[in-house]
Design a protein around this ligand. Structure first.
Ligand code: PRX
Length: 665
């Protein structure tokens, strides 16, 4: 197991301020007060299966009721509600038509340029049914995998729902990933179709999507793909392959507006979502239908305290798990009105979030610490984009996700956006967990800036040492989940062995889910604070990346002999990528080094995607290695931070190169 070095304190561990939930909020909350929270925890502790079974019956509509709640017979391949049948799209759409929400707005689409379109539940249902029938007309069926490579749009959500409706397993690939990343995912998933758009619109610019799909397919190995379905977003010029490519509007044109949902077993894979691990290529995290949907719906009610009149806005992209749980499924499963936002926080200016909240009277706002930190900076520079200039009175709850939020950013968010009226839910979770794990409940939990506080009822998180033994509060360790929960990852697509070794390592007894994060519990309150990844996974602007993936991309360049990548604390993005590179040629300096660094940065952008471009590149004649040839990453992290080396470097084979690696190109 990796070293348990922690690097993301940000003062969170020394935080003493406590903010009780506002009385009025607590009075009306779904889980009101700590007694209500504790009661649910006690229920789960007393009868774990009974607890989850009750919730699954109450919060989901089942076509065929389940009789088995949890099947542990082939652990860690746990099964939940296995003999039950349901459909995710039915639960998100049809049941809203039956319970009086048909004419309620499901989605408010706020486009990049500010144009607004809306879809009621009835309209969304119709669009999804036509889309689903269109997919069927192309021979796409239950169990097939479909890649979705689209930007934020009602069509993107409809595409996911349409796949779910016919039992096809979708795999959304973030629109910022490169052709190569897309190709790798298409091949691994064995997908039969790609749903994309001609172009995407971001920050006033049109960026290619279909052209990247064409490029990915031309790279070869994607023979399973029969159809490329194209949503016309901008009308930009694109190449066309007759017989393979089809416009979405033509596909759905004459389709029926009714589509009987395909009833699937609860364990049927709803989606695969690729995410980075510490080694190898990205892992296809496979989620179930029943367990995933239960938690997406339930956390909307518990963590977000969703009410019929709320306008919910999660600013994530459907390419990440947050966009799956809290855009494509959770909000619809509870009949909420939600914003789907195409743009970026800084266009046309850095007041866009606040302006959009005022425009649509958003009441629940869920975003990432990086966005908050960059908007703090922007409003320091230009007062006009400070939240105080906007009417944010509609807000009643704020959320944070994706990375640790430092107390300073928390306080700014609390004061300036929430106007000291709105609780903040700092939600800790992961692609693999399917939904929130550790988070305050807005009507119950006293909040402490920088702490995700306590696990949700039924989520058995704990902190253990490297042998799997519990550590006392106040002592840091490894974050684990001791019992399976319904929305957990089911396996890694195509790689069950990797699933077992990555998440249920023998060192911890093979029974605990290993989150990959370090954490510490407060001595007095038992509150959790996440101290950062304990493996070689980076978190840049809330985007998860493996150091190895970036290293592999760098060494794939013909001029590179060797590369090592580490994370460096960054005021805005949480972490930034610092790459140490040895070239096949002599070590470059000055302008030559700058030129090559730019070249390599662009290369990584092409190989993986712009989000993986190293912020810094440092060239050396060699990398610091032990006599056995192991790269000393710990040392590289110190160098990246610009700190003096206090460690013992006596085992280092080539101490002289440390000086070279102090400067970036
Ligand atoms: O390190 C943790 C961090 O993000 C990782 C999961 O990344 P990903 O699978 O991309 O999912 C992000 C969206 C859920 C975690 O292992 N992380 C996520 N939320 C928090 C967090 N770290 C601290 N506090 C959080 N609230």
């Amino acid at each position: 197991m990796a070293e348990t070095e922690t690097n993301q304190d940000h003062g969170a561990l020394h935080e003493h301020r406590v903010f009780p939930p506002p009385a009025e909020f607590a009075a009306n909350a779904a889980i009101s007060g700590m007694d209500a929270y504790n009661k649910l925890c006690d229920e789960a502790a007393a009868d774990y299966e009974g607890f989850w079974g009750r919730l699954a019956r109450e919060h989901l509509d089942w076509h065929k009721p389940f009789t088995s709640t949890l099947d542990e017979s082939s652990a860690p391949f746990y099964k939940w509600f296995a003999d039950g049948q349901l459909n995710a799209s039915y639960n998100c759409l049809d049941r809203n038509l039956q319970n009086g929400n048909a004419d309620k707005t499901a989605i408010i689409f706020e486009s990049d340029d500010g144009t607004v379109t809306r879809a009621t539940y009835r309209e969304l249902h119709e669009r999804v049914c036509k889309f689903a029938n269109g997919l069927k007309s192309r021979g796409i069926k239950k169990g097939d995998r479909v890649i979705i490579y689209m930007s934020m749009s009602i069509e993107g959500v409809a595409a996911m729902q349409a796949c779910a409706r016919i039992g096809a397993t979708h795999s959304v690939v973030f629109g910022g990933f490169s052709a190569k990343s897309l190709q790798e995912r298409i091949i691994d998933a064995g997908a039969v179709a790609v749903i994309t758009a001609d172009e995407q619109q971001r920050g006033g610019k049109s960026l290619p999507l279909k052209a990247i799909v064409d490029e990915a397919l031309a790279m070869g190995g994607c023979d399973t793909i029969r159809d490329v379905i194209v949503y016309k977003r901008t009308g930009g010029n694109i190449a066309w392959t007759e017989g393979r490519d089809i416009w979405l509007h033509e596909l759905v044109e004459n389709q029926s507006a009714e589509c009987e949902p395909e009833w699937v077993d609860a364990e049927h894979p709803l989606f695969i979502l690729y995410t980075s691990g510490s080694t190898g290529t990205p892992k296809g995290v496979q989620h179930s239908t029943g367990g995933f949907l239960l938690w997406a719906a339930l956390t909307m009610k518990w963590t977000f305290d969703i009410k019929p009149d709320d306008v919910f806005w999660c600013t994530a992209d459907i390419g990440w798990v947050t966009g799956h749980s809290y855009i494509a499924y959770g909000p619809l499963a509870v009949g909420a009105t939600e914003i789907v936002f195409e743009g970026i926080p800084t266009f046309p200016n850095a007041g866009r979030f606040w302006d959009t909240i005022a425009k649509h009277k958003v009441s629940i706002f869920y975003t990432a610490p990086t966005a908050i930190r960059s908007l703090i900076k922007a409003s320091d520079v230009d007062e006009k984009v400070h939240p105080k200039n906007y009417d944010l009175s509609s807000l009643r709850l704020l959320g944070s996700v994706g990375e640790p939020i430092n107390p300073e950013a928390w306080m700014w968010y609390y004061k300036n956006v929430g106007q000291e009226r709105c609780p903040i839910v700092d939600t800790f979770w992961q692609t693999e967990t399917g939904g929130h794990m550790i988070t305050p409940l807005p009507g119950a939990t006293p909040m402490v800036p920088g702490s995700c506080t306590l696990p949700l009822p039924g989520i058995m998180t704990a902190i253990v040492d490297e042998a799997g033994a519990d550590v006392p509060n106040g002592q840091g360790g490894i974050l684990v989940v001791k019992r399976p929960w319904p929305s957990m990852i089911r396996t890694i697509w195509n790689n069950p062995e990797r699933f077992k070794t990555s998440y249920f390592p023998e060192e911890l007894g093979g029974k605990y889910y290993l989150a990959g994060d370090g954490a510490i519990r407060n001595k007095d309150t038992g509150y959790f604070t996440i101290t950062g990844r304990i493996d070689d996974v980076l978190n840049v602007s809330g985007h998860r990346m493996g150091t190895m993936e970036i290293e592999s991309a760098l060494v794939a360049n013909p001029i590179v002999a060797e590369a090592a990548v580490v994370g460096k604390p960054d005021e805005t993005t949480g972490e930034s990528i610092c790459a140490f590179v040895v070239l096949k040629q002599a070590r470059p300096t000055g302008e030559e080094a700058k030129k090559l660094a730019t070249e390599l940065r662009n290369w990584v952008g092409k190989e993986i995607g712009p989000i993986a471009k190293p912020k810094e590149i440092r060239f050396g004649d060699n990398l610091p290695k032990t006599r056995s040839g192991k790269i000393m990453r710990r040392l590289l992290r110190v160098l990246a931070k610009g700190e003096a080396i206090t460690q013992d470097v006596s085992t280092l084979e080539n101490p002289a190169i440390l000086d070279q690696l102090k400067e970036s190109a």
